[in-house]
Write a protein that binds this ligand. Structure first.
Ligand SMILES: [Zn+2]
Length: 138
């Protein structure tokens, strides 16, 4: 099933200082404001785990309801939000939606980052966020 997320604030995808492509804000965002929701294909957690084993660099988010959002083919800009150990956004999962909110006020052209928490990389992917207090691995 396709999950079509809405994006509320203006964002753009561009090369990131952290890793690959990143998402940047086209406007000032006040703290706590909703940025938008992730788009993806809704699949079972089982299918998701099988897929990330075969393609470790995939965009995949596990949900609380036992499903997962696969952003490898169908996705929106928010799939490119990079991890930071000192992020400016946070993620909230309600049912099949993964929502992003501003953790603090965000400047125009600032990269949006989120703490991924536990990932399918099992601590094997080096973190490149470069912030003070970086945990080192994802
Ligand atoms: Zn880090």
């Amino acid at each position: 099933m396709k999950i079509v997320g809405k994006i509320i604030t203006l964002v753009f995808v561009a090369p990131s200082n952290i890793h690959g492509k990143g998402v940047f804000s086209k406007q000032r965002i006040t703290a706590r404001k909703k940025i938008g929701e992730l788009s993806g294909m809704l699949i079972s957690k089982q299918a998701a785990r099988k897929k990330v084993k075969e393609q470790p660099a995939i965009h995949m988010v596990e949900l609380w309801n036992g499903k997962a959002l696969d952003c490898s083919e169908f996705r929106n800009e928010l799939a490119f939000i990079n991890h930071s150990c000192k992020p400016n956004c946070y993620m909230r999962n309600i049912n099949n939606l993964v929502e992003f909110y501003a953790l603090r006020s965000i400047k125009m052209n600032e990269e949006l980052t989120c703490n991924y928490g536990e990932t399918h990389h099992d601590g094997k992917l080096p973190c490149r966020c470069g912030c003070e207090g970086c945990i080192g691995n994802l």
